[in-house]
Design a protein around this ligand. Structure first.
Ligand code: GEK
Length: 242
């Protein structure tokens, strides 16, 4: 695995973070050292897919990057006539995702699409995963995407939504951010790397509060939802269409 050292040296002007070749090359190392519980979340996406699978259905991975969630779903699908649609709008990610998926054998067909998830038609879905991607959309576009997901799910269908979040109270928010930065330092990132990455993400990733997420899910029509994972300011929610 190639080590992420993108922010290791002082950069004069820090550009907005973007999912280019340089990021895609180090992505597995970057996400594992930056997102608390990433491995657990990916494993559990597989387990939840096994539980919520329905025959003759589609499974979506929105903002798939290198396809970790797609692989977890694919390994756990046994129902008849299922297919997975993995979507990302970064060419660098999609190219590597295709290659990565081809290196594992499976009966379940996967289509990797280079597209903006806001323009995607979602239908006949048993499970939709959006793992740490909604936070990169403009805030104004999030409600419509969650509604499209709800509309595209079959009855009994499952949405898994993982996000970094902000706490509405300043003290708690700062504490969660500190704990996350400690986690990154414990994983070998320097003070400089933590702070330059924070600057690069400032305009690009704008997290919501947990309450905003819950309200948005309810408004879309999901009447069953829960947080099933939380570590510091990272969480994963699930919502079921009854
Ligand atoms: C994983 N889910 O390993 N349309 C499509 N893709 C987008 C859009 C958009 N509008 N905006 C951002 N992306 C993955 C990790 S990473 C999370 C997801 C992170 C894509 C972007 O190109 C990137 O690949 C992904 O969303 C977010 O489980 O890096 O923190």
């Amino acid at each position: 695995m190639q080590k992420d050292s993108i922010y290791a040296e002082p950069l004069g002007k820090i550009q907005d973070f973007n999912f280019d070749d340089q990021v895609a090359d180090v992505f597995p190392d970057m996400i594992q050292r930056s997102v608390p519980g990433y491995h657990t979340i990916i494993q559990t996406i597989g387990k939840l897919t096994a539980k919520f699978q329905q025959p003759n259905s589609s499974y979506y991975d929105l903002g798939c990057s290198l396809g970790a969630a797609t692989l977890a779903m694919r390994r756990n699908l046994s129902a008849e006539n299922c297919n997975i649609i993995a979507v990302d709008n970064s060419k660098a990610m999609v190219e590597r995702c295709e290659r990565h998926l081809q290196s594992f054998r499976s009966e379940v067909p996967v289509t990797v699409q280079l597209a903006d998830i806001r323009q995607l038609a979602i239908s006949n879905a048993a499970v939709v995963v959006i793992n740490f991607t909604l936070q990169f959309l403009p805030k104004a576009d999030r409600e419509q995407l969650i509604q499209q997901i709800y509309n595209g799910l079959k009855p009994g269908g499952l949405l898994i939504l993982s996000e970094k979040f902000i706490h509405p109270q300043n003290t708690e928010n700062e504490l969660l951010i500190d704990l996350h930065h400690d986690f990154k330092r414990a994983n070998g990132y320097s003070e400089l790397e933590v702070s330059q990455k924070r600057t690069a993400l400032e305009n690009v990733m704008q997290p919501d509060t947990l309450k905003q997420h819950a309200n948005r899910l309810t408004k879309a029509g999901f009447n069953q939802q829960t947080i099933w994972f939380q570590c510091f300011n990272f969480c994963s929610m699930l919502a079921i269409k009854s």
